[in-house]
Design a protein around this ligand. Structure first.
Ligand code: MN
Length: 502
């Protein structure tokens, strides 16, 4: 007689999943450290339960699981396991430091700070009353400010916080309704854009799609109802196109992986709003994704596809030559495909695909004997820039507005005559460009040349423009510039100088 199979508890399942995923990439020594941290956090959180009724410790374990899926360094995994111990248990900082080291401790402390939302009056000096109550705007502004401070010190803290958020959203249904809405709204307004700006497309999509049904349940069901039949039909069609493409590429001598995946719900919803809910206009509802070994092959594949199907004018996007500011690289093209249907292809290498899903986090990918690595400075420069700008913003409204402009808006790349790249929001002008280089250049700018031709200071720059600023020592910023500048950085500087003159 065989023994009856014992069903695993949710905690056992979580542990198993986590250990399996860490075992896959860590050395024995690092894996031992992770197991010690797992036992430590289990005993620290013993007898505490979550609203779902499950043992609390499932939460940090699944948070660490997501970190380990990204194959981040050991200390980040350990810090994720311990991220709620300082706040919720008797564990002391000293104990964490002596057992797991100061790098882990500093991350745990930083995550703990992020969850304490208390408004300091000095941050919003314009506020006159002494209300105890915090408005949603103020709460979001403070969350954002804290995220920026933490991010500028150690971006790994943000990976833990985002992973923490994702698991909280996964278990949101157990919370009271008003809390559900607040947490989901904050995830969509603040956390998802940060993930997006860090190039973490996969997590951004998760944060949005987990929140969407709680924030706008009606829109969520409307989108699904409209899209599901379309997606099924497209999938049948694309299966044939993908197989044909694979054969074409083989004949042309390219080894490739071809797949497709439907657009995520929230990003589809955003696009439908833009296109008056005409789903036939969403060409990338499902896009075909082609993965090849190197950059040359990306362009070769593009040629093969264009040789078979005619591309739509203006829909070829080369993010390999001109990556998006968040690091995204890929070639997109939309073609008139078989039977007159319109199909979008996305062509990239494996590295580019990894970068598209995990962004900045891909720099912390674990390597033996390297506990952590720093990403390319330029990639995180926007954090410092934004951190500097926000210091001058006095009200929560200004902070949120500037954040939206900086992170949500489409960005363009423009070049200095020496070939240095600046990234600016769409619609930025030569004045914005001048201030993005140096406040002094902004203050003394008297004219500009775009692609070698004289251009007015309020002209809208385009992606790829080469911009030269003409400077005059006695020039001064003019108040009417405030009517057209796009960046908060330029606005703040102009206001400062104009005010001092009055
Ligand atoms: Mn947590």
């Amino acid at each position: 007689m065989s023994k009856p199979q014992k069903t695993k508890s949710p905690l056992e399942k979580a542990e198993e999943k986590f250990l399996h995923s860490s075992r896959e990439y860590l050395t024995d020594k690092d894996f031992t450290k992770v197991k010690q941290a797992l036992e430590f956090t289990k005993s620290a959180h013993e007898n505490i339960r979550r609203k779902s009724g499950d043992p609390f410790v499932i939460h940090p374990i699944l948070c660490a699981f997501r970190i380990s899926e990204l194959r981040l360094d050991t200390n980040t995994v350990v810090a994720a396991l311990l991220h709620d111990t300082l706040e919720d248990t008797d564990v002391s900082s000293r104990e964490i430091r002596s057992r797991f080291g100061s790098d882990v401790l500093s991350m745990v402390e930083a995550v703990t700070k992020l969850s304490n939302i208390r408004i300091k009056k000095s941050w919003f000096p314009l506020r006159k009353d002494d209300r105890e109550e915090i408005s949603e705007m103020e709460r979001q502004a403070e969350t954002l400010r804290k995220m920026l401070i933490a991010m500028s010190k150690d971006v790994r803290v943000i990976f833990i916080k985002l992973s923490d958020k994702i698991h909280n959203l996964e278990t949101l249904k157990y919370l009271p309704k008003d809390k559900q809405e607040r947490i989901a709204t904050e995830a969509i307004d603040i956390f998802a854009p940060i993930a997006g700006r860090l190039g973490m497309g996969e997590w951004k999509g998760l944060l949005e799609d987990l929140s969407f049904p709680f924030v706008s349940p009606d829109e969520f069901s409307k989108v699904k109802k409209m899209a599901i039949p379309q997606i099924k039909e497209r999938e049948r069609y694309l299966q044939k196109i993908a197989a044909k493409t694979k054969r074409m590429l083989e004949i042309a001598g390219f080894k490739s992986e071809i797949g497709f995946r439907a657009k995520k719900w929230y990003s589809l919803y955003k696009k439908l709003e833009k296109y008056d809910w005409e789903i036939v206009k969403i060409y990338d509802l499902i896009a075909i994704r082609i993965i090849v070994d190197n950059i040359e092959q990306c362009y070769g594949v593009l040629g093969t596809i264009h040789g078979e199907w005619r591309p739509l004018i203006g829909r070829i996007k080369d993010y390999v030559a001109l990556p998006k500011p968040n690091g995204y690289r890929s070639i997109h093209t939309t073609v008139f495909c078989d039977d007159g249907k319109i199909v979008e292809f996305q062509i990239r290498t494996k590295d580019m695909n990894y970068q598209a899903e995990f962004g900045v986090a891909s720099h912390w990918i674990y390597e033996e004997n390297k506990s952590s690595r720093k990403p390319n400075k330029d990639e995180l420069k926007w954090i410092d820039d934004f951190y500097q700008i926000q210091k001058d913003l006095k009200t929560p409204e200004d902070l949120i507005a500037s954040f939206k402009m900086d992170l949500f808006e489409d960005r363009i790349f423009v070049f200095t005559p020496a070939g240095d790249v600046k990234d600016l929001p769409k619609g930025a002008t030569p004045v914005d460009f001048a201030y993005s280089i140096h406040s002094d250049l902004g203050n003394k700018c008297s004219g500009s040349k775009v692609n070698g031709k004289i251009a007015s200071l309020d002209s809208k720059l385009q992606n790829g423009d080469i911009v030269e600023i003409l400077k005059r020592e006695n020039a001064k910023p003019r108040p009417d510039w405030l009517k057209f500048v796009k960046t908060e950085q330029a606005r703040a500087q102009i206001k400062k100088v104009v005010k001092n003159r009055l």
